[in-house]
Design a protein around this ligand. Structure first.
Ligand SMILES: *Cc1c(COP(=O)(O)O)cnc(C)c1O
Length: 312
């Protein structure tokens, strides 16, 4: 399955003569698109490469990765188990992603964020007891051991981006994206380290603090580059992060306006936060006359979860 490249579309010129473009990863033509299609494909390839036959994922009810993985597995008849933690406040929400996971036949096992390690180990053991060879997407029960696989996805997209800029006779001065686990941003940073290009990459945190986010990205980059002392510049902005899944009315208004003015769907957990953060940062950093790329990382089902709030 190779759907690249995804379209890059011009959106508008702002009051400081910045030209804003968007790369539509949300239009990847499988399971409602998004960065998790690319990352999920790398994980599925790695499962097969490792000779495994049972996908074990971890993600909450809103997880786009779990939707994509369960869809990929359904298509190939690979059993898929999703360990699904409650939110920090102990609640779980209903969502289109969750419903699709169930519709694709994934086994959803509720768990607590505090007991991840035990939950993962129990799931792996149960799978082995059934005579299967389980593949845990994050490697071992501590969440390391498989840092390289997801990074590969956006390391490849960096190459795609370089060719697209060449074909469009355009150079992006800045790239903004929603950054969560950091797998996507780490991939772009590795691409830049390996293939060059001086676009400034700005991750807008959707949950983590700057220190925590940076540390995770650095861990991915170092693992991928096989260089434990490498220290690339990592811009990870936590000024808009709030708590995972929370948003302000200004973010909601930005999503409403992007939909009205550009027909661009932005969800309120990831891309709406990041797009809003990008517009704020362009002003705060007094960026003018530059070419700006927003990487639309997807989340279409989350957009529809909140449509009622976005358009009020
Ligand atoms: C997962 C996700 C992100 C964040 O990607 P990471 O690689 O986890 O940083 C951004 N946007 C959407 C829509 C996502 O599903």
């Amino acid at each position: 399955m190779d759907f690249s490249p995804t379209p890059i579309q011009f959106l508008f010129e702002d009051e400081n003569r910045n030209r804003i473009y968007v790369k539509r990863e949300d239009l990847l033509p499988f399971s409602f698109g998004g960065n998790k299609v690319r990352i999920g494909l790398e994980m599925l390839a790695d499962l097969k490469q490792s000779g495994c036959d049972h996908m074990i994922a971890y993600g909450n009810a809103r997880s786009n990765l779990c939707r994509v993985l369960s869809n990929l597995c359904a298509r190939e008849n690979i059993p898929c188990t999703i360990l699904s933690p409650a939110d920090d406040d102990g609640t779980t929400v209903d969502s289109f992603n969750q419903r699709m996971c169930l519709a694709f036949g994934a086994e959803v096992v509720p768990c607590l964020k505090t007991g991840v390690r035990d939950t993962v180990e129990a799931a792996l053991q149960r799978s082995r007891d059934m005579g299967r060879k389980p593949y845990y997407i994050y490697g071992n029960s501590l969440g390391d051991g498989n840092l390289v696989t997801p990074v590969r996805a956006y390391r490849k997209v960096w190459q795609e981006l370089l060719s697209q800029q060449q074909a469009m006779n355009l150079h992006f001065d800045h790239l903004f994206l929603a950054s969560g686990t950091g797998m996507t941003q780490a991939g772009l940073i590795c691409g830049q380290l390996l293939d060059g290009g001086n676009t400034a990459i700005h991750g807008i945190s959707i949950a983590r603090s700057q220190d925590n986010g940076r540390a995770h990205i650095l861990r991915y980059v170092r693992a991928f580059m096989q260089d434990e002392v490498l220290s690339p510049a990592i811009d990870f902005v936590d000024a808009y992060a709030l708590t995972y899944g929370r948003y302000t009315d200004a973010m909601r208004a930005t999503a409403a306006s992007a939909l009205r003015l550009h027909g661009l769907p932005l969800d309120l957990t990831y891309t709406g936060k990041a797009y809003h953060g990008m517009l704020q940062e362009l002003r705060a950093r007094v960026i003018a006359g530059q070419s700006i790329l927003f990487l639309h990382t997807g989340g279409t089902p989350l957009f529809f979860d909140k449509l009622g709030e976005i358009v009020e």
